[in-house]
Every structure is written in C-alpha cells, then in structure tokens.
Design a protein. Structure first.
Length: 41
C-alpha cells in the first residue's frame, strides 16, 4: 500500500511538471503568433 501511494505521488508530480512545461510552451507559441500578427499591421 505504501509503495502504491509513493508511486501515485511521483506520477502526480510528473503530471504537474509536464503540465507546467506544456503551458509555458503554449504561451511562447501564442506570443510568437501575436508578434507575427502585430507585425502585419
């Protein structure tokens, strides 16, 4: 039971780190699109 709880906690940490990485990548992508859109006007 202790091993299951420990692996679940590690999985939650991994999901949190991947969510943070995906969010930052998406924000950089949106900033690039916004900059290209503003350069056209």
């Amino acid at each position: 039971m202790h091993t299951i709880q420990h692996s679940y906690r590690g999985l939650g940490l991994l999901m949190r780190l991947n969510w943070d990485r995906a969010l930052s990548t998406g924000l950089i992508f949106l900033a690039l699109i916004a900059g290209a859109w503003m350069a056209n006007f």
